[in-house]
Design a protein around this ligand. Structure first.
Ligand SMILES: [Zn+2]
Length: 140
């Protein structure tokens, strides 16, 4: 009897980086004309249309801005999951969240790579938010 790993597809893999030091960082674009920061990265500013952008990365920690528990997933998504807007280094990004309930505002999180869904027996993986329990505990 043999076991095989499920097929895995990475979603938006041009939008994040796994640095050798560990963790996960998002790729962002900083407009050198108006100062806005964008995720996902882009080659023209969506605010002032300048093409003078610098490509950067975020850190790998942020805080929850808002969060919601989705109880009726459909298609590739799980039947039940949590989505959160995460503020990380001047961008606000919607992402799947490793939690069985919505996060309180300002909950510290770290970015991780993990499964966000399954389509046709292929696991879909991308960036996720994981509540940072160590940071939470030290703030009490
Ligand atoms: Zn701009």
């Amino acid at each position: 009897m043999s076991t095989s790993l499920p097929d895995r597809q990475y979603v938006g893999e041009d939008w994040y980086v796994q640095p050798p030091t560990g963790g996960l960082q998002l790729r962002v674009s900083d407009c050198n004309h108006c100062g806005k920061r964008w995720f996902p990265p882009r080659f023209a500013c969506s605010s002032c249309a300048s093409h003078d952008l610098t490509q950067n990365r975020t850190g790998n920690t942020g805080i929850a801005y808002a969060s919601s528990h989705v109880h009726v997933g459909s298609g590739a998504w799980p039947k039940s999951y949590v989505l959160s807007y995460i503020d990380i280094d001047r961008v606000r990004v919607l992402m799947h969240t490793d939690s069985d309930r919505s996060l309180d505002p300002d909950t510290p999180v770290r970015l991780v790579l993990g499964r966000i869904g399954t389509a046709d027996d292929v696991e879909l993986w991308s960036y996720r938010a994981q509540p940072d329990l160590i940071t939470q505990e030290s703030q009490r």
